[in-house]
Design a binder for this molecule. Structure first.
Ligand code: ADP
Length: 276
């Protein structure tokens, strides 16, 4: 290998401020929607920067961020709150959505289509002009505090038709489309995030580009910016680039032995065989 993990090592992001490199007009769209009280959907593949973007925007807008990773058991009560037994008494405990509504925080529901359908009952009045949260159990409807923002994400390629966002939900949201950053930007991101030099990052981005261009690979997901950052981190920790890519790119993407062999061949082409 001709690259080195130590040359031109980039500086880490200042503490407290999430590092986010804009890839288009997403910051302007987010700010405009937020200031107008409109809710936002971030659409794009996993690992392309959606979560980091929301963290950076919340910081920039000076709002606390409450993130909920949605899953198929997530109910309205998980979001809104429930009565819990505490020392013989029942006590109401706010869920993350209610906290965000009361505190004027930005609430980020990651992979929202995974949540159970009944959650739309509370999301719809919050997401549209009403900006209110009905809490059936308490018999109250809370008006969202100033500063509250609702942001959801979903991955259109990954979801089954059954789990697509309902039209009635979609039409309450301003959409920001995400895809993987252009190669020069992705190279800067990987270099900065992983702490490897730009030449090493460029090789990883070229490899990812080749994997993303495969049309009949049988892969459900392609190599994301996230897996490139993980590969770079292994390299920064001293692993050789080939071993790092096998562990952090080929391994997570597939369990199929034939596809794994194909990916390793590509890794050998782009990053070199061991000892070469
Ligand atoms: P998603 O939420 O889309 O699954 P993440 O926001 O978790 O993806 O991104 C995965 C990683 O990729 C981040 O932790 C960060 O290291 C990196 N990343 C991706 N895009 C960017 C970007 N535009 N600026 C900075 N880092 C990025």
């Amino acid at each position: 290998m001709t690259t080195s993990a130590t040359a031109k090592r980039p500086q880490p992001a200042p503490p407290g401020r999430p590092y986010y490199l804009p890839v288009g007009n997403e910051e302007a769209v987010f700010e405009a929607a937020y200031h107008q009280g409109l809710s936002i959907v971030l659409k794009g593949p996993t690992g392309c920067g959606k979560t980091r973007f929301v963290e950076a925007m919340a910081h920039r807008l000076g709002r606390p961020l409450i993130t909920v990773a949605c899953h198929d058991d997530l109910t309205t009560a998980d979001l809104v709150g429930r009565y819990l037994l505490r020392g013989g008494d029942t006590e109401w405990v706010d869920g993350p959505l209610t906290r965000a509504v009361r505190e004027g925080a930005i609430c980020y529901l990651d992979e929202v289509v995974e949540a159970r359908q009944d959650t739309t009952v509370v999301l719809h009045p919050l997401a549209d002009h009403r900006r209110e949260l009905p809490i059936e159990r308490l018999g109250v409807t809370l008006a969202a505090a100033p500063g509250f923002g609702l942001v959801v994400s979903y991955n259109p390629g990954y979801q089954s038709v059954l789990k697509d966002l309902k039209d009635s939900t979609r039409q309450r949201l301003v959409a920001i489309e995400f895809s993987f950053p252009a190669p020069d930007l992705e190279q800067r991101i990987v270099s900065r995030e992983a702490g490897v030099d730009e030449a090493t990052a460029a090789l990883l981005v070229r490899l990812a580009g080749a994997i993303r261009r495969l049309e009949t690979s049988g892969l459900r997901e392609v190599s994301s910016t996230r897996v490139l950052v993980a590969t770079g981190r292994l390299i920064a920790a001293g692993l050789d680039p080939r071993a790092a890519a096998v562990a952090a790119i080929a391994g997570p993407l597939t369990d199929d032995p034939a596809i794994t062999r194909g990916l390793i061949e590509m890794i050998d082409v782009y990053l070199g065989t061991p000892g070469a």
